[in-house]
Design a protein around this ligand. Structure first.
Ligand code: UGA
Length: 429
């Protein structure tokens, strides 16, 4: 099939690479000239394991371009993957999606299946359809389909190729689109969940909100565990064995971040309010997440007393391991809050870069050793595997002090203590 993907961000690029791998001819369109130039020169502008390899492998079936006109004309399917960030008030900024929708009528001269993958508030796909008709596109020339994406950064390719489900939202009178969607994903073995356009939008929001709820729940449990000197990892393991609860997304730590959970929970909250529904759980989830940083900083204060005289090595800047993405990163937020105490912070991350607006007492080092040497305290802020595999005997020699704050509950306490270091955490037993 000839497929036009609009938007070359995480979702757009991954979808483009995977659909080309499945044998389709894919045009990936973005209005950012520089990004398209980079992609055409063989440079993938984001770090995502396996993405560059998959793009290179399917080079002959993939085109990167800024020309929406040309790509839409030759495609039978258009997949919208543009960004839908948060506005100041927590609602979703739909300006990119609206702009694509307003461009489409200029190029629809044969039947198109228009699929929305961008995460959008309930009702948006119905709006796209109404807008196209309003702009003069005859209803028999197109169908709008909602097909949300559930991939995670850091494991995006595998999540898409081994999806646990394919959600397809259709209008009740649409008899044409399902076989087309099935043809697009031919080669991916996953159950189909068929629902209305708005139902599919709600599945995406409810899914992210539920996962964020699990994280805030375990973080609140960690605070209670801390008071009783109980290890929250044991509790997560214990409850996770119950198939009704499940073991995933119960890793306690600095909280959730990234470009999805914070914005989607906020947007769902605003969507509910708009319909006069009080979203109590969603509010509580965000409250716990927002206050999680302070719980860890207080822990440091209790242990180190006057932080202003200390040097602290922070390992991790990205919002999670295996990505260079720092959007809404809890690690960066932690660094920002901690720097206000006046301590010297040396941060290190294998892939992510510190934003340029940090205070002068914050610097980024090129290696973890550089960050750790002479530090009074070491903090694990992102659970990269390489931090878990540090040689703690060496670390002890490099450090001036001996405090290790495991803010991702990802280290083995015994292994740290055996090397003469003091292990601290929240709900760390
Ligand atoms: C999330 C969802 O997991 C995907 O299913 C969804 O498609 C995506 O958002 C999206 O809407 O596009 P992502 O943001 O890439 O994916 O990352 P996650 O692995 O979900 O992690 C989100 C945050 O939660 C990270 O900061 C991570 O460190 C934190 N987290 C995750 C925890 O603190 N504990 C956990 O147990 C799991």
């Amino acid at each position: 099939m000839n497929i036009c993907i609009v938007g070359a961000g995480y979702v757009g690029l991954t979808t483009a690479a995977v659909l080309a791998e499945l044998g389709h001819q894919v045009d990936c369109v973005d209005q950012n000239n520089y990004k398209i130039e980079q992609l055409n020169n063989g440079y993938v502008p984001i770090y995502e394991p396996g993405l560059k390899e998959l793009i290179d492998k399917n080079n002959d079936r993939l085109t990167f371009t800024t020309s929406l006109a040309h790509s839409i004309k030759r495609a039978s399917v258009v997949i919208i993957c543009v960004g839908t960030p948060s506005l100041e008030d927590g609602t979703t900024d739909l300006r990119y999606l609206q702009s694509v929708t307003d461009d489409l009528p200029n190029y629809i001269d044969s039947y198109k299946t228009i699929i929305t993958k961008s995460t959008v508030p309930p009702g948006t796909n119905e709006w796209i359809r109404a807008r196209l008709i309003e702009k003069g596109v005859p209803p028999h020339l197109f169908a709008v389909v909602s097909n949300p994406e559930f991939l995670r950064e850091g494991s995006a390719i595998s999540d898409m190729l081994h999806a646990d489900k394919i959600v397809v939202g259709l209008r009740s009178d649409d008899n044409r689109s399902l076989p087309i969607v099935q043809k697009i994903y031919d080669g991916i073995s996953a159950p189909y969940i068929i629902t209305s356009l708005t139902g599919a939008e709600m599945i995406k929001y409810a899914s992210n909100a539920f996962l964020a709820t699990k994280i805030s729940f375990i973080n609140e449990i960690a605070r209670i565990c801390d008071a009783f000197k109980v290890n929250v990892n044991d509790v997560a393991k214990g409850i996770g064995h119950d198939p009704r609860i499940g073991p995933h997304f119960l890793q306690a730590g600095l909280g959730y971040g990234g470009s999805c959970f914070p914005k989607d929970v906020k947007s769902l909250e605003q969507t509910a309010r708009f319909k006069n529904i009080q979203p109590h759980i969603l509010q509580a989830v965000q409250f716990v997440n927002d206050s999680q940083i302070d719980v860890y900083i207080n822990k440091l204060r209790e242990t180190l007393n006057d932080l202003s005289t200390k040097t602290i090595a922070v390992l991790g800047i990205a919002f999670k391991p295996n990505t260079d993405d720092t959007r809404e990163s809890p690690a960066e937020r932690f660094i920002r809050h901690l720097s206000k105490t006046g301590c010297i912070i040396r941060a290190y991350d294998p892939k992510a870069k510190l934003s340029s607006d940090h205070q002068a007492n914050v610097t980024q080092t090129a290696t973890s050793k550089e960050a750790i040497c002479g530090a009074d305290c070491l903090v694990i802020a992102t659970d990269w595997a390489e931090f878990q595999q540090l040689d703690w005997r060496e670390v002890k020699k490099w450090m001036k002090g001996n405090i290790v704050l495991d803010a991702r509950n990802c280290l083995q306490r015994e292994a740290i203590e055996e090397c003469g270091l003091q292990y601290i955490g929240v709900g760390a037993g």
